[in-house]
Design a protein. Structure first.
Length: 87
C-alpha cells in the first residue's frame, strides 16, 4: 500500500489488533474463562474490520480515483477481487 492519509492510523490499528490477539493466546494458555476469550476475540475482529474500512476508504480516495481517470480496468478488477475476499 502506498502512503495515504490514514497509513499511520491503519498501522496503529493493526498493532492494537495484534496486541489483542497476543492477549487471546495468553488467555488460552492460562486456561482463562471462555467468555473472556470470546470478548477479546470480538475486540480483535472489530479492530480488523475497522482497519479494513480505513484502508478501503484510502484506496478508494486515491488509487481508485486515479485508476478510473486512467481507465485502468486491471486496478479496478483487483479492487473488486479484494472486496470479494474481504466480505
Amino acid at each position: 500500500m502506498e502512503k495515504h492519509e490514514h497509513t499511520r492510523a491503519a498501522v496503529n490499528r493493526v498493532a492494537r489488533a495484534a496486541g489483542h490477539l497476543l492477549a487471546v493466546k495468553g488467555m488460552l494458555e492460562d486456561g482463562r474463562d471462555c467468555t473472556e476469550v470470546l470478548i477479546q476475540l470480538s475486540a480483535v475482529r472489530a479492530e480488523i474490520v475497522n482497519v479494513s474500512k480505513l484502508i478501503l476508504k484510502d484506496h478508494l480516495a486515491h488509487c481508485v480515483v486515479d485508476a478510473v481517470r486512467q481507465r485502468d480496468e486491471e486496478a479496478i478488477a483487483r479492487l473488486m477481487g479484494a472486496v470479494d475476499k474481504l466480505l
